[in-house]
Design a binder for this molecule. Structure first.
Ligand SMILES: *[C@@H]1O[C@H](CO)[C@@H](O)[C@H](O)[C@H]1NC(C)=O
Ligand SMILES: *[C@@H]1O[C@H](CO)[C@@H](O)[C@H](O)[C@H]1NC(C)=O
Length: 401
């Protein structure tokens, strides 16, 4: 259907009120074309969702005193990124007395803190770098139960580093694709060079918007010479790219903001053209896997998505999984061919969903489609704990409680 036919159809069937709607919609699209408005709609960074709580008081989000060390990291272009280093609960219990003696609040030299030494000086500690989704802060929504689930498999060893991207929470600056790449870079640098944790003890966890940032930075490091490849990545509710997400995203899980656009290729192309930040995870995931296969680097990637995710539909994950698998094959595989393979070899766990694993000589790519878990609730569930442990144990079978 051409735009002309579309307008004609609207007038014919919808009458004048539909025309007004189209007008309003055009205004919305026009606004979206301005980059400031776009930044706010894409990242929702000014929506804090921490409801009157003070981010510098992690205890008010349900942590023990000094279980979390708040501090600032600096990006290479000078932005200050607010971060939390979170101790796992059993490690906290063992060192409670020493931790309680230290002052509370933002720490200027994190390397002087007991919690930091517990991470740096234990050759068996593990570190999860956490990339949160759009909107909110390190303390919002289901992120706190998420941190607990991430460490629950080995609560004496698994530390979490979570941070707010530029423009979010207490971090300075304004979000953008290039800028958030620098943020992610600063976080990886901190983990490897300040905390001194080698990549095979670092796991990447990301949800929603954060999956795009984390795949971009994982790909960037895999492409370096020599390559840097982390123990693995767990991606919850990832999306194909910004344009496809925008056209399928539902505001508050219900209002399909831009989905009418996806039906008209002309409008979709327009959307793709004017979106400043593309966040093409489908291309980056393929490049990441191709690079690791070519370099003979071990890699593990787990994609998790719930069928009842109303914010980001789960077809984003099946498409990304396909792009990832396709990148492992010399001649390629079609989406339908892969679906057929899934029908033959996926494991069906009934109400718990289904799992498909793809093994190559170097890598394991795993797709978990859950029946329930929504967009956020899923992050605090045992499926996350198990996904983390599966990756750490694949590298070191002795890594247990
Ligand atoms: C799948 O892989 C093949 C072979 O490497 C490549 O030519 C093709 O472009 C890939 N398909 C997609 C959709 O990326
Ligand atoms: C896979 O199985 C589903 C359900 O049994 C079926 O609808 C679908 O057509 C199958 N797909 C392929 C590619 O075989």
């Amino acid at each position: 259907m051409t735009t002309g036919e579309m307008v004609a159809t609207i007038f014919k069937y919808g009458g004048i009120s539909a025309a007004i709607l189209v007008g309003l919609y055009a205004i919305l699209l026009g606004l979206l074309a301005t980059s400031t408005f776009q930044t706010h709609v894409v990242y929702l960074h000014k929506i804090q969702m921490t409801w009157f709580k003070d981010l510098t008081v992690p205890e008010s989000f349900g942590f023990m005193r000094n279980q979390v060390t708040p501090f600032f990291l600096e990006s290479s272009d000078g932005e200050k990124l607010y971060a939390w280093h979170i101790l796992p609960v059993e490690l906290y219990r063992r060192h409670e007395a020493a931790l309680l003696e230290e002052p509370v609040g933002i720490v200027s030299d994190i390397t002087s803190r007991h919690s930091f030494k517990l991470l740096r000086d234990d050759p068996n500690s593990r570190l999860i770098l956490h990339f949160h989704g759009a909107a909110g802060t390190v303390g919002s929504g289901y992120r706190v139960p998420n941190y607990r689930a991430l460490s629950a498999g080995q609560p004496g060893k698994i530390h979490v580093l979570t941070f707010d991207y530029r423009g979010f929470g207490k971090s300075t600056g304004t979000p953008s694709e290039d800028g958030m790449m620098l943020d992610a870079h600063a976080v990886v640098d901190w983990a490897m060079n300040i905390a001194g944790i080698p990549p095979n003890r670092i796991l990447i966890f990301a949800q929603s918007m954060g999956t795009a940032v984390s795949v971009a930075i994982s790909n960037y490091f895999a492409l370096r010479s020599p390559p840097v490849v982390f123990a693995g990545a767990v991606l919850v509710a990832p999306f194909i790219d910004a344009a496809t997400l925008a056209s399928s995203y539902r505001l508050a899980g219900t209002i399909p903001l831009l989905s009418p656009i996806a039906r008209f290729p002309v409008l979709f192309n327009y959307l793709q053209h004017f979106l400043r930040d593309k966040w093409s995870t489908k291309d980056r995931i393929a490049q990441y896997i191709r690079t690791n296969e070519a370099n003979g680097e071990k890699y593990r990637m787990t994609l998790i998505h719930a069928e009842d995710d109303y914010d980001v539909p789960w077809c984003h994950t099946t498409t990304l999984f396909w792009h990832a698998i396709n990148a492992t094959t010399p001649v390629g595989i079609s989406y339908d061919e892969l679906e057929e393979r899934k029908n033959e070899s996926k494991q069906d766990f009934g109400a718990a969903g289904s799992v498909m694993e793809w093994h190559t000589e170097y890598g394991i790519i795993r797709e978990e489609i859950l029946k329930t878990g929504l967009h956020d609730v899923i992050m605090g569930n045992p499926v996350i704990t198990i996904a983390v442990m599966r990756i750490f144990q694949a590298l070191d079978a002795s890594f247990t409680c």
